[in-house]
Design a protein around this ligand. Structure first.
Ligand SMILES: NC(=O)c1ccc[n+]([C@@H]2O[C@H](COP(=O)([O-])OP(=O)(O)OC[C@H]3O[C@@H](n4cnc5c(N)ncnc54)[C@H](OP(=O)(O)O)[C@@H]3O)[C@@H](O)[C@H]2O)c1
Ligand SMILES: CCCCCCCCCCCCCCC[C@@H](O)[C@@H](N)CO
Length: 303
């Protein structure tokens, strides 16, 4: 198959949030293999420093820049400082922006604390919003062309409604809403927008979320296999190469994307319509099954 519009990362500066582990780290590795200069950003200094040691192994140029900045990206002032530091340290405006920072704290809605809801929204939505806001202000001010902004949502950013994810799902819907607007508006500045909607990724974050995840959520989620962060990073970059706006990397993602596409662009009208038809037939049965499982849980909880 011919892959069109291969994006050139060579000697460009990529800024990867959440780059100290999981999807962000794997994305940074794939970018380095493509000749990109890379800055990773997260909160924990020792994890960032260890990640830079790892990333250095994949260098393709002796003078390839690999660095880190520390920031809590849920805070706008820290975010703009991180972007400015990345530019200063490398001598180049970050123009390929990957918003991978995120977290998930599942649990039963009725049992979760208010802080839990705040944390997931701050970490997922606001960290992405502030990163894009800060990065695009520098890109526009510096007159950089051919830039890309990539947001990371989840298959739960589409209307799937999995029990146990009430603090996480709205933050991923918000990212999708942000992407929909940016896709149109950032064309003013030659900035392409992409949103990635992965299913399960086997990362350190996934291990952490499993500590609070209800057994029923695990069971439902287990119906679909996950991918490694490297597989996801490769799928993500492939989607960007094909200039896809909504990028998915598994079957469930392709189904749910196409039945909830709205006015978003298609990637391949024939294949996408095929997924839409399957989804239209299969999802009502899936929903009935899920509701049945939740109602059965009522009996478990009341014992
Ligand atoms: N794993 C999955 O099953 C899955 C599925 C779908 C979508 N996703 C999404 O994919 C993305 C990556 O997930 P992952 O599983 O790779 O996550 P992960 O292993 O938990 O890594 C999260 C990264 O984000 C950083 N981070 C968290 N909060 C931050 C903050 N406030 N400011 C700056 N950095 C912050 C973390 O470093 P520090 O803690 O040091 O800051 C770490 O580098 C997330 O957006 C997640 O929601 C994940
Ligand atoms: C024909 C319809 C079949 C439908 C099968 C649905 C299976 C549902 C599997 C959902 C997987 C959700 C994965 C979400 C993962 C993350 O977003 C989460 N782990 C947060 O980090």
């Amino acid at each position: 198959m011919i892959t069109k519009n291969i994006v050139n990362y060579d000697k460009k500066h990529s800024f990867v949030t959440g780059g100290s582990q999981g999807l962000g780290l794997s994305t940074a590795i794939e970018l380095i293999k493509r000749g990109s200069n890379v800055t990773i950003c997260a909160r924990n200094k020792s994890k960032l420093s260890k990640a830079v040691d790892e990333l250095t192994k994949y260098k393709v140029y002796d003078d390839q820049y690999i660095g880190y900045t520390i920031a809590d990206l849920s805070d706008y002032s820290q975010t703009i400082s991180a972007l400015n530091k990345a530019k200063r340290d490398s001598g180049e405006t970050p123009s390929m922006i990957f918003c991978c920072a995120g977290c998930s704290t599942p649990g039963w809605f009725a049992e979760m604390s208010v802080d839990n809801f705040m944390k997931d929204m701050q970490t997922n939505y606001y960290s992405a919003l502030w990163t894009v806001k800060a990065a695009t202000s520098i890109i526009i001010q510096d007159g950089i062309k051919d830039s890309h902004v990539t947001l990371v949502s989840s298959v739960l950013g589409f209307p799937l409604g999995l029990p146990g994810y009430s603090s996480y799902t709205p933050s991923k819907h918000a990212i999708r809403g942000l992407g929909d607007t940016l896709r149109t508006e950032l064309q003013l500045y030659d900035i392409r927008t992409h949103v990635y909607f992965p299913g399960t990724i086997y990362t350190p974050g996934y291990e952490t979320e499993n500590e609070t995840k209800p057994a029923l959520t695990k069971k439902i989620e287990g119906a679909a296999d996950g991918l490694t962060p490297q597989e996801c990073a490769i799928a993500l970059l492939k989607g960007i190469d094909k200039d896809e706006y909504q990028i998915t990397s598994d079957f469930v993602g392709s189904l749910i994307k196409n039945i909830s596409r709205g006015a978003s662009p298609t990637n391949n009208i024939l294949i996408d319509t095929f997924y839409l038809l399957i989804a239209a037939i299969a999802f009502p049965f899936w929903r009935i099954y899920m509701d049945y499982l939740v109602k059965s849980e009522k009996k478990v909880k009341n014992h």
